[in-house]
Design a protein around this ligand. Structure first.
Ligand SMILES: *Cc1c(COP(=O)(O)O)cnc(C)c1O
Length: 199
């Protein structure tokens, strides 16, 4: 399981400390904050993941600066990222965000619409479809926390039987990463437990 250190709203000094301790992968939610950190810390050769909500008018900088995007839920966003990915860079690694709880207010593609989105993304030349991501509603009991993560894993298995192979399940945060790991997370996105409370 890969630890993605979520460094949003954390100072540069903490990122440098984590990098000195061997941490390579960092996650940011806000485009401008992320780009500033990527430029300032370029000497460290870190791998940067965009994990925030992505507005379609911000795709260009994300395509130019980040290595991964975890929150794709529309083909329009995926097409823009692929079109804007600079030729000198490898394909952008992407995960599709799934609204596993089917909450009206939540970002993410509905489970029923996932196969079509995945098939379309898999065709885009400058994206590499790595897997699925979810951000479930808050649950306190570990057995309850496991259910949406199991659902995400099943959706990935379904895609595989449709011929779309992925290697990534981005699921679990400070409050629920244990449940996510039990259900097969390959990336856990941890902020508070690692860095302390945000500003
Ligand atoms: C902030 C954030 C995290 C990290 O949350 P913590 O509770 O601080 O571990 C993980 N994933 C996403 C998408 C986030 O926005």
């Amino acid at each position: 399981v890969r630890l993605l250190a979520v460094s949003k709203k954390q100072p540069l000094a903490k990122i440098r400390d984590a990098a000195a301790a061997g941490q390579r992968h960092f996650g940011e939610n806000f485009v401008q904050e992320g780009v500033n950190k990527i430029e300032t810390l370029a000497d460290l050769n870190l791998t940067w993941h965009f994990i925030g909500h992505l507005q379609s008018n911000k795709t260009r900088v994300v395509a130019e600066y980040f290595d991964w995007v975890h929150t794709i839920d529309k083909i329009k966003t995926a097409r823009r990222l692929s079109g804007q990915r600079p030729a000198r860079l490898p394909p952008l690694n992407v995960c599709l965000q799934v609204n596993v709880d089917d909450e009206d207010s939540k970002a993410g593609v509905a489970p029923a619409a996932l196969p079509e989105l995945a098939a379309a993304c898999a065709e885009l030349p400058n994206l590499r479809l790595r897997g699925l991501m979810c951000l479930p509603a808050i649950r306190t009991e570990i057995d309850e926390q496991r259910a949406p993560f199991a659902a995400l894993r099943h959706l990935a298995e379904q895609l595989r039987s449709d011929g779309i192979d992925t290697d990534t399940l981005s699921m679990g945060m400070s409050a629920d990463y244990r449940a996510a790991i039990l259900e097969g997370a390959t990336i856990v996105r941890i902020g508070t437990s690692l860095f302390g409370a945000r500003d």
